[in-house]
Design a protein around this ligand. Structure first.
Ligand code: S3P
Length: 175
């Protein structure tokens, strides 16, 4: 296994990037970073509050800066925000020395994970399920196009998802 690369988890909100990332970090002994947390440290408030105050466009500018910073190091597990694929520059930076793994979840799976969560400003609407469906439709081809490896996560335990990623890494990036 090439052990100098970052392992980058992408996918829609609520697909398990943080949970799987932490588990991978434990199993591979790579440090774990979460781009949303790094953003919150930088802005000194929650992402939700930032969206309310300054809007999504300003959020995306900070996100780009943080992604560029995280992408520059090696040997980390990086959990990313679900919207990073909207900016091809983010992917360009992450691919320089990282492998991109897409945690692919259905709208049903995502809805189940997030139905009681109010920390995602883009999903604070009356009909959360329809919003998830339409955003996922908009983004799913981007997640697929940018990924080196895809893991379907519906109905799988965290350990199973983690194992599938480790198998992929050990087999030399089978696709
Ligand atoms: C977003 C996803 C969130 C966070 C922000 C915007 C998106 O991250 O970056 O609320 O546009 O999909 P998670 O995917 O970690 O929830």
């Amino acid at each position: 296994m090439n052990n100098h690369l970052n392992i980058v988890l992408i996918g829609f909100m609520g697909c398990g990037k943080t949970t799987v990332g932490k588990n991978l970090s434990k199993k591979l002994s790579y440090p774990f970073v979460d781009s949303d947390l790094e953003i919150e440290k930088e802005i000194g408030m929650t992402i939700s509050d930032y969206f309310k105050k300054y809007g999504e466009n300003n959020f995306r500018l900070i996100e780009e800066k943080i992604i560029q910073k995280l992408a520059s190091g090696t040997r980390k597990i990086i959990a990313t925000g679900g919207g990073i694929v909207k900016n091809p520059g983010n992917i360009y930076h992450l691919k320089q020395n990282g492998l991109i793994i897409y945690l692919k979840a259905s709208a049903e799976h995502i809805y189940n994970n997030l139905k009681n969560d109010f920390s995602r400003p883009l999903l604070n609407v009356e009909d959360k399920y329809t919003r998830i469906q339409s955003l996922l439709e908009e983004r799913k081809s981007l997640y697929e196009k940018y990924s080196d490896y895809i893991v379907e996560v519906d109905g799988k335990a965290v350990d199973e998802i983690t194992k599938s990623i480790i198998d992929y890494l050990e087999e030399g990036y089978r696709l």
